[in-house]
Design a protein around this ligand. Structure first.
Ligand code: BG6
Length: 510
């Protein structure tokens, strides 16, 4: 929603409203963290932008014993606390709450699913939703199979209307489990009705990678190994594991961020132009990149990957505990909270260009960015002294925060002599468009209702990503390379810096 009142010519025509058919969204795990922090606030904000279809309803389904009214109270509190738009618009909130319902469901009980089905059927007739359902598994991955089996057994995936399933990341734990999960899901749902969430794809700045590359003529001719020296993808967070220790200790930075978010950023940065902006055209190109990532050799497994874990330190002036002292983390945990990889995409466009990926928790600041560094000019026309402070050209796509894009280039310092220095040309979303960026989940939930899977990962993409990650995880389990520690509030382990130094490069400080 716009926070400004003055007209903005650049913002005109920005709203390409797409309306979904009426449907019921069933949220399994509706009283959990994800639902409270992300899903319910996102649906409220869609309602506020009038993007929800008439007749739309939400059915919360979870183990807690709750009435519709108690669920509405829970939803109101969650929305008030977590909505990106404030203050809350009470008219919209009340209208939304009157469309929210709750059914207690123990996932192991067939009768509970039958009761859910009866309530959904009633709502279908009173709200004219025509049997259209979106089933959202906002639950831990081990429950997906049970939920899907129960939906099938109670015939909630057949009959009139559409039936879609939304599953959260992580999709599987490794290649084998991802394949099994894909089989389970695809036994019941057609691939076009499967929405595997990677919430990074719903971020405006991530969608803009394709606009930047393919809606302009000036970048694509230089976007290859002829002129690009290297690419750095950084996903840094100040946050620690918070209260998600039980999940995170099994996942680590590799499964939590790199297998999904970071490799998706890489795929969008490296892919060929799709023939259209539609689900299969875009995903066909992404999967080609993921498949072209060269598997790491035995030597690279030990020397081109880095894993670290934070020890106690300082974040924004506050003392924070080490990972092993966090809630729910075993004292001798060897899980990485910081991971670095150097990889190569073996195709014509990217031959020989290293991609460095770095993800970590308890780093000095929250910053996700893609930094494309260009080669140095072939000849120093201005001499070594004049260009001593000159760095090579770079384009930085700032995913978050301070969303924008910057281009670094050399300029002459105003003076009688010749001295060159790097300067930056900057595009900033907030000041260019004067609109507040929607939350990724708003876009993604709307796309599920509309039935557009473009911004969701396809089965083959998920499997290709795991196929690359699996051998790295195996080497790490064997202690190759050894886990190192870094002080919370620093940029990770010494090995991360050394990896780039050895290649004659250094990390960009976001
Ligand atoms: C999630 C991870 O997928 O992404 C979290 O599980 C991480 O550990 C989060 O904090 C980061 O998301 P964002 O949108 O804040 O960059």
């Amino acid at each position: 929603m716009s926070t400004v009142t003055q007209p903005n010519p650049l913002a005109e025509g920005l709203h390409d409203y797409r309306l979904a058919d009426p449907s019921i969204m069933v949220i399994f795990g509706a009283t959990g963290d994800l639902s409270s922090k992300k899903l319910l606030p996102a649906i409220y904000n869609l309602a506020k932008q009038r993007l929800l279809p008439a007749g739309f309803a939400v059915m919360g389904a979870a183990i807690d014993d709750m009435s519709d009214d108690a669920f509405r109270k829970h939803a109101a509190e969650a929305i008030t606390q977590h909505s990106r738009t404030q203050p809350i618009d009470h008219t919209v909130l009340h209208a939304f709450l009157s469309e929210a319902f709750y059914q207690k469901v123990d996932f192991s009980k067939r009768d509970d699913f039958k009761a859910l089905q009866r309530r959904l059927d009633e709502l279908d007739s009173s709200r004219h939703t025509g049997g259209n359902r979106v089933y959202y598994c906002a639950t831990p991955p081990p429950t997906y199979e049970t939920i899907i089996e129960q939906l099938k057994a109670t015939t909630m995936t057949t009959g009139p209307g559409f039936h879609r399933i939304v599953v959260e990341k992580p999709f599987g734990f490794d290649l084998k489990s991802a394949r099994e999960l894909n089989k389970i899901v695809q036994r019941v749902f057609h691939e076009d009705s499967v929405f595997r969430i990677d919430h990074y794809l719903g971020k405006e700045t991530v969608q803009n990678i394709l606009a930047f590359r393919f809606a302009n003529t000036i970048f694509e001719p230089v976007w290859n190994s002829n002129l690009i020296d290297s690419v750095q993808i950084t996903a840094a967070e100040e946050l620690g594991v918070e209260l998600r220790g039980a999940y995170y200790d099994r996942a680590g930075a590799m499964r939590d961020i790199i297998q999904n978010h970071a490799l998706q950023l890489l795929a969008l940065t490296a892919m060929e132009p799709p023939i259209a902006f539609d689900a299969n055209a875009v995903r066909d190109e992404k999967v080609k990149v993921l498949r072209a990532i060269r598997p790491l050799s035995e030597q690279e497994l030990a020397h081109a990957t880095v894993r670290g874990q934070y020890s106690k330190g300082w974040i924004l002036g506050e003392r924070v505990v080490g990972y092993r002292e966090e809630h729910g983390i075993p004292p001798g945990s060897l899980t990485e909270t910081f991971a670095v990889l150097r990889l190569f995409v073996d195709n014509w466009r990217w031959a020989g260009v290293p991609f460095y990926i770095r993800a970590g928790k308890r780093l000095p600041k929250r910053a996700t960015e893609i930094r494309v560094a260009f080669k140095k000019p072939p000849h120093l026309t201005f001499g070594r002294d004049a260009a001593a402070e000159l760095e090579s050209n770079a384009i930085t796509l700032r995913i978050q925060p301070e969303e924008g894009i910057s281009l670094r280039f050399g300029a002459k310092v105003p003076s009688a002599g010749v001295k060159l220095r790097s300067v930056t040309m900057d595009f900033d979303y907030a000041s260019s468009f004067l609109v507040e960026t929607p939350e990724a989940y708003e876009r993604l939930l709307l796309d599920c209702m509309i039935g557009d899977p473009t911004l969701f990962t396809r089965a083959d993409e998920v499997e290709a990503a795991w196929a690359f990650i699996d051998p790295i995880e195996a080497a790490w389990r064997d202690g190759r390379p050894a886990l190192q520690f870094y002080e919370a509030g620093t940029w990770g382990t010494a090995a991360a810096a050394k990896l780039l130094e050895a290649d004659g490069r250094e990390w960009h400080r976001p």
